[in-house]
Design a protein around this ligand. Sequence first.
Ligand SMILES: [Zn+2]
Length: 351
Amino acid sequence: MRALTIDAHGGLEQLRYRDDLAAPVLPAAGAVRVRLRAASLNRLDLWTVGGLPGVSITPPWILGADGMGVVAEVSADVAADPRGVRAGDRVMLNPGLSCRSCEYCLKGEHSLCVGFRLLGEHHPGTLAEEIVVPATNVRRVPPGVSDEVAAAFTLATLTAWRMCVTRAQVREGEDVLIWGIGGGVALAALQICKARGARVFVTSSSPDKLERARALGADELLDHSTMNVAREIRARTKRRGVDVVVDSIGEKTWEQSLGSLTRMGRLVTCGGTSGPALTMDVRKLFWYQWSILGSTMGNDAELDAIVAELAAGRLHPPIDSVHALADGRAAFERMESGKQFGKIVVRIADD
Ligand SMILES: [Zn+2]
């Protein structure tokens, strides 16, 4: 089968399109084999190419976390389950793999699983013609949703949903600051916070991205390349600050994120693309009674919630560009450039 792979870590020169890989074999129980039609990229895929501490790959390693396709085959127990998917069903994949038996899984907190793994990072990924995943990791694509949108949806929307709804609990009338509008998580967070009735402040260094965010409902636009965001937030909120900050940038933004929070404010983070080392003044933390919230991916209940939002047309990931699998390197170059607004999609099958 065809796939986009790496044999070793490094830069994008390591990417290799191949057409000679063996298709994955369906296990006896609990799994589905999916013929993929489209995949989408996340920053995580760039980290995987570069190499992550503690994660080792077996060449040729298939990249990709997000994807959708058509079920080709299901294990016998899945076929016996009246609610299970069937061959021919159009499905989207949840990239998070959990053991289903540890303390956290049994509580329904699958992204806290002690054995939590991701497609494309610890398990062969979605940038291939076929994949085998646990049946618990697929959901039927709602009618009317395109392949591209279904492939672009899950990882970013699930991450943003858990951050904004479950962890920060954004409410009507609150002010929210979202860093780096244009990325998949930030755009999903914008849509989720607007749907919940918040006033949303977004930042970018690109005036074009800011204007496009306004068209998606952003209320206040901040160019973080020309201003101190914390100072500007104070100026635009009568010195009060915002209730919630959504930050996935880390080192570069941390101080201004804290400086933007009001009393009892919540800072929620799902990553640190600019670096992991943070400092803070504990006196401000307790005096202003802030909450610092970590968040990773989401659980099955949150996955079902976002698929329902997709079916209802309330969440809709903007698509930046669509690339052919054979030209997958162009998709990665687009991600590395940081110029994208929305999701970068890779088309795998056209039939
Ligand atoms: Zn578990």
